[in-house]
Design a protein around this ligand. Structure first.
Ligand SMILES: [Fe+2]
Length: 187
């Protein structure tokens, strides 16, 4: 077991739980219930900020090294990589649908969100299942200790902000730098 695979599996557990929450909110909207719009917004913001930005690229590193080690796995590797791209596009569209829901919660925006959310949840679940059934075991079998050392070093730089002790202080550095920048402009 490597640090990276432990980390990726833990991230999958978080992602799976958040997908369950998103699916419940979509079900609620479908049944004309009262959804938690703040929760929906935070879930899609989180997916854009972490799984899309860092979790998938971390897996892409593992896929890239696996491609070098086992050429016969190329078709399956290419499929997972293209799913990362497709899921990123779908997440972008889903995020726009959330904003539409917030600004104009009419039957059409509700229906759009419900359909996009269910599709996104199903595709993510299927994608993660493939990674756990294929990618992680294949990487465990075929990557060398040197491969893992290199990958672990990079992966360790991008931790999941939802588990960080300072999760409430996101953009704190940016806020300070922005204030300095604005002061500099005003001077
Ligand atoms: Fe994944």
């Amino acid at each position: 077991m490597t640090d990276t695979l432990d980390i990726l599996r833990n991230e999958h557990r978080n992602i799976a739980a958040l997908l369950d929450l998103l699916a419940l909110q979509a079900d609620l909207l479908e049944r004309r219930g009262q959804p938690d719009l703040k929760l929906i917004t935070e879930i899609t913001d989180y997916f854009r900020s972490f799984p899309d930005m860092y979790h998938h690229p971390k897996e892409d590193m593992v896929l890239g090294r696996l491609r070098e080690r086992v050429a016969a796995l190329e078709p399956a590797i290419a499929e997972l990589e293209s799913e990362h791209e497709a899921l990123s596009d779908e997440l972008h569209i889903l995020s726009r649908a959330v904003v539409a829901l917030l600004t104009d919660p009419c039957p059409a925006t509700r229906a759009d969100f419900v359909q996009l959310a269910h599709t996104f949840v199903e595709r993510e679940r299927h994608h993660m299942a493939m990674e756990e059934r294929f990618l992680f075991p294949a990487a465990e079998r075929s990557l060398t200790a040197e491969d893992w050392l290199e990958i672990d070093e990079v992966v360790g730089q991008f931790s999941d902000p939802i588990s960080a002790p300072d999760v409430r202080h996101r953009f704190l550095l940016l806020r300070d730098r922005l204030a300095q920048q604005l002061q500099g402009d005003a001077a």
